[in-house]
Design a protein around this ligand. Structure first.
Ligand code: DGL
Length: 275
């Protein structure tokens, strides 16, 4: 395995992983914020969705994927998946040690909402796994005791988006049915705690008619990655990055859907890391 000095070098890539292609929303935000950085993306399409998996399975997948990204010399590993961030962040951090930096998608968002003193009741929507872990509410309350963080599992949304149902009558009906639940009443902001939800942000904003502050983690996390790499003196000075987008199980349908999540057409490469 690579040593600390081999990985933590400015010219080395940023590693990003997710259960599938949804994490491309985070990858896309990072490329817009850091256009010179090279990305190595890994989508574990062979095991998705992570939202219904046990914490032990997710930890096992996350370690193996982190090992793959370390072997590719990544200087930082971004856990783009909310479910994996909520259940495997500490495990990945312990495994990676000093070899690379590790970032999850939860802490930067928690810091953002808890530092805004106007916010008092922050809703959270995500997969069953993310919500079951209660990690957002725990971290929010640890930072600001009297802040409320009602959390609701919205499991239909990720598959709905993956099947191309957004910005239409069906998606609006499902979104309205979740957001009108009493649990989310009187919120002043809403955390979109899932890789896929930036694609339905306009519909969610429309539902709340500008009265609720909608927090999409991709942009917040990309800014956090930029600040961290700058602080550690790890921003590249080279130009012309060549990204790689790996998946553990390739299908044409995944490749076609990437344009919704990454905003540009990209090519997926299948790599076998499970044998
Ligand atoms: N990437 C997952 C997340 O952000 C959503 C899809 C899945 O359940 O695997 O939680």
């Amino acid at each position: 395995m690579a040593t600390k000095s081999e990985n933590k070098k400015p010219q080395n890539p940023i590693g990003i992983f997710d259960s599938g292609i949804g994490g491309l929303t985070v990858a896309s935000a990072i490329t817009r914020k850091l256009p010179n950085e090279k990305l190595i993306y890994f989508g574990d399409t062979a095991h998705l969705p992570y939202g219904d998996k046990s914490p032990d399975s997710i930890k096992y997948y996350a370690i193996r994927i982190s090992q793959f990204l370390l072997q590719r010399k990544c200087k930082i590993i971004v856990i783009a998946c909310n479910t994996a961030s909520s259940q495997a962040y500490e495990t990945v951090k312990d495994f990676v040690g000093d070899e690379a930096l590790v970032v999850n998608v939860i802490d930067p968002v928690v810091e953002e909402v808890t530092s805004d003193k106007k916010l008092k009741r922050v809703g959270v929507i995500g997969t069953k796994g993310t919500i079951r872990s209660d990690v957002y509410a725990k971290k929010i309350k640890a930072a600001r005791k009297n802040m409320e963080a009602p959390s609701l599992a919205t499991p239909l949304l990720a598959s709905m988006i993956e099947e191309g149902f957004f910005n239409n009558k069906i998606s609006r009906t499902i979104i309205n049915s979740y957001l009108s639940r009493p649990k989310l009443s009187k919120i002043d902001s809403l955390i979109l705690a899932c890789t896929h939800y930036p694609l339905i942000k306009p519909e969610i904003e429309e539902y709340y008619n500008g009265k609720v502050n909608i927090i999409d983690s991709a942009g917040v996390v990309a800014e956090h990655v930029r600040e961290l790499l700058k602080k550690e003196d790890l921003l590249t000075k080279e130009k012309g990055p060549k990204h790689h987008f790996y998946v553990s199980d390739y299908t044409d349908s995944f490749e076609k859907s990437t344009k919704y999540f990454f905003r540009n057409k990209i090519h997926l490469e299948e790599v076998s890391i499970w044998k």
